[in-house]
Design a protein around this ligand. Structure first.
Ligand code: HPA
Length: 246
């Protein structure tokens, strides 16, 4: 049987429609996860939820202990993981408010512990195949869930992962666009890498919360982001509820 995990991002520190059963702190070889895992029932399906930035949204993207989070979720038996992320929109289709299930990834992050395979005497050197970074099964379920819920979701896109926590310069966004990036966020890597390494089926559900740097005349403000986030995360919750059971 598959077991579903949901990693909540900015704007999704809790799932209102989750009937919480219990919380559990998991000890990991990589230190502390972002918080205790929340076990509950969503639309009749038992799931495990974790807020990536902590339940009080206090952990910035470059300080998230991605290894501990992924290890903990895997440890409690999660096999399929949905990662909710807020992103900036780069290409024309990616206007604020758009929901998408990305299908590709470019990594611009640096200095983040980004593998479980550190080598050493006891461990062989391992290079995972990452040509298709996301799990086709979870992606499909998300798209079907959206259809069931009557919510429009863009069925693809390339997610560019930047280091943060600052936003990008306009020139950086032009470069990312030339590289083929459709949306930009700060948490997609190394999360997706680690999920693949440990054998978790992982896919993102992303909400565009602002035009990326240089894509609109006005500066990017937290107030503007919050307004889009508030409404958009209601649609995210509806898609998640319809996408489980996986
Ligand atoms: N850039 C990077 N990460 C983001 C953005 C952005 O514009 N918006 C939300 N997360």
């Amino acid at each position: 049987m598959s077991s579903v995990g949901i990693l909540g991002g900015s704007g999704l520190t809790r799932l209102k429609n989750l009937e919480i059963r219990h919380r559990r702190i998991i000890r990991t070889p990589f230190g502390e996860a972002s918080g205790p895992l929340t076990f509950g029932v969503l639309n009749g399906q038992e799931i495990v939820f974790l807020a990536r930035h902590g339940y009080g949204h206090t952990i910035p993207p470059h300080r998230v202990n991605y290894r501990a989070n992924i290890w903990a979720l895997h440890h409690v038996g999660v096999s399929h993981l949905i990662a909710v992320t807020a992103v900036g929109g780069i290409t024309a289709a990616m206007q604020s408010g758009v929901l998408l299930v990305p299908d590709q990834l470019i990594d611009y992050t640096h200095a983040r512990p980004s593998t479980f395979f550190e080598g050493g005497e006891a461990q062989q050197v391992i290079h995972i195949d990452f040509s298709e970074p996301y799990c086709a099964n979870v992606r499909q379920r998300l798209l079907q869930g959206a259809e069931k819920a009557g919510i429009s979701v863009h069925p693809g896109g390339t997610y560019a992962a930047t280091q943060g926590p600052r936003l990008e310069t306009a020139a950086e966004i032009r470069r990312i666009e030339r590289d083929g990036g459709d949306v930009v966020g700060m948490t997609g890597c190394p999360e997706a890498v680690l999920a693949r390494e440990i054998g978790l089926c992982y896919a993102p559900l992303s909400l565009v919360v602002n035009p990326a740097a240089g894509k609109a005349a006005e500066p990017i403000t937290m107030e503007g982001i919050d307004a889009v986030m508030h409404e958009g995360m209601e649609r995210v919750r509806a898609v998640l509820a319809a996408a489980v059971p996986l």
